[in-house]
Write a protein that binds this ligand. Structure first.
Ligand SMILES: Cc1cc2nc3c(=O)[nH]c(=O)nc-3n(C[C@H](O)[C@H](O)[C@H](O)COP(=O)(O)OP(=O)(O)OC[C@H]3O[C@@H](n4cnc5c(N)ncnc54)[C@H](O)[C@@H]3O)c2cc1C
Length: 428
């Protein structure tokens, strides 16, 4: 199989599918290569016995690039915000009512009086706070220097973990604050049918735009000649010739594909991945239907009943996702800690278990947005300098947003950069 296309996209996750769809719609001939047997990457959803299990807890942030790109590409989805009632904060081994408004803030046992006063002030000022001056400040220093009471400090740390998925305190406080503001300001959605609906929608948009999707084939090398892209060689030996290649995979994968490009090796070297340990369960019924959410305040823990807000289970059944953020520095065995939390939330859950999946170390994001790098400013752009036909997209690329916002935002930017370049070539 030796073919010629305008563009080859490597990687069939959200970023690769979206970029391919934009390029196909603009009239370019595109092949997308995905090494797995189906596209989706980390947005895949496992379906069994009528349950839909995302790869760990997934929520779509509203008001960001992901939402915009999905709308532009006509991807249809439905879903609802997470439950707010039945939510608890776990601190010092005790479950407290989660403060979600003025009344619960007054009555919760999570805070003493001084912390209640400080918390109401902090929540009142959060939306208007300016993240820009905090770009080079680590989250650890921001929490220490900004919040007076230890309870509020810990609570804000929990909010940062919840919205960024990152427990690494080298993270830029500016980037973290912007993410907290987006999540609190616009909210998030749990999606009916899981994130597979996004993958299916993007794949449909790509194929409708004429993109050839090749699955079960690993791209081995991007061959360069005279500073330009020549072809992509697949592990099977086939060659896909193209004037441009868009790599929508991890920094390491990008560096391995074009080892002679020093910028790619440097990105791979610098990127600090964000990991999570995930316990995903499907239950035939809920032992305690009113216990919906638990968030660790002094521990990096999350538990949420996703099927309360989204259609993910057959009638009467339930899907719960539990997460330990940053298992490499959490200091406790993740599977045991998550299992204990689940048993506490839903006593006897093992008797109604349909599916249980423990994933010890998923890469939630390919790169922490670090304070040391000055926040988003340190991320590579979609263009690889000095190599006109080589572009990048993913959660580690581009100047804005985290998680799927970064993946889909950079996918759109990379496609636009390629189209602009082609327009210039044609005009010349
Ligand atoms: C546990 C967990 C929870 C998350 N929660 C959220 C959330 O709540 N909100 C949110 O916005 N985001 C969340 N995310 C992040 C979100 O899933 C990702 O940002 C998004 O799915 C990444 O898409 P991508 O296309 O950039 O990368 P990927 O999904 O990693 O896709 C890259 C693809 O490239 C393929 N590939 C790699 N190398 C090659 C090669 N050489 N040849 C061919 N193919 C190759 C891979 O197989 C993969 O399919 C979460 C992620 C995880 C793991």
């Amino acid at each position: 199989m030796n073919t010629t296309k305008d563009v080859v996209v490597v990687g069939g996750g959200l970023a690769g599918l979206a970029a391919a769809a934009y390029l196909g719609r603009a009239g370019r001939s595109v092949a997308l290569v995905e090494k797995a047997h189906a596209p989706g990457g980390r947005a895949a959803t496992q379906e069994s016995h009528g349950f839909s299990l995302n790869l760990g807890a997934h929520a779509l942030y509203r008001g960001g690039a992901a939402h915009e790109v999905l709308r532009e590409l006509g991807v249809r989805f439905t879903g609802s915000p997470p439950p707010t009632s039945g939510a608890f904060a776990l601190d010092g081994g005790v479950l407290h009512t989660m403060p979600s408004g003025a009344l619960s803030l007054l009555t919760t046992g999570l805070f003493g009086l001084a912390a209640k006063l400080e918390m109401s002030r902090v929540l009142g000022g959060l939306a208007a706070a300016n993240p820009a001056p905090l770009a080079s400040v680590p989250v650890s220093a921001w929490l220490r220097d900004t919040f007076r009471t230890p309870e509020v400090r810990r609570f804000m740390g929990m909010l940062v973990r919840l919205t960024t998925y990152c427990a690494d305190e080298r993270q830029s406080a500016g980037a973290a604050l912007a993410q907290v503001q987006q999540a609190l300001g616009h909210g998030v959605l749990y999606l009916d049918g899981g994130w597979k609906t996004l993958v299916d929608g993007l794949r449909g948009a790509a194929t409708a735009a004429g993109v050839e999707i090749i699955t079960g084939e690993r791209a081995k090398q991007v061959a360069l000649q005279g500073g330009a892209v020549s072809f992509v060689e697949l592990a099977s030996g086939a060659r896909l010739h193209a004037g441009a290649v868009l790599i929508a995979a991890s920094p390491r994968a990008a560096a391995a594909l074009a080892p002679e490009v020093p910028a790619l090796a440097a990105h791979a070297e610098r990127a600090i991945p964000v990991h999570a340990a995930c316990l995903d369960v499907a239950l035939s019924r809920l032992p305690r239907p009113r216990f919906r959410v638990a968030l660790g305040v002094d521990r990096p823990l999350y538990l949420s009943l996703h099927s309360d807000a989204a259609r993910l289970a057959p009638p009467g059944g339930a899907v719960i996702h539990a997460v330990q953020y940053g298992p490499e520095r959490a200091g406790r065995d993740a599977e045991r800690e998550l299992d204990d939390l689940l048993a506490r939330a839903q006593p006897g859950y093992r008797d109604v278990l349909v599916e249980r999946r423990f994933l010890p170390s998923l890469v939630v994001s390919n790169a922490v947005v670090t304070a040391e790098g000055g926040g988003y400013a340190a991320r590579p752009g979609v263009r690889v300098p000095g190599l006109d036909g080589l572009l990048l997209a993913g959660d580690w690329v581009g100047p804005t947003g985290m998680l799927a916002d970064a993946s889909l935002g950079s996918a759109r930017d990379a496609a636009a950069a390629l189209l602009a370049r082609r327009a210039l070539d044609r005009a010349a």
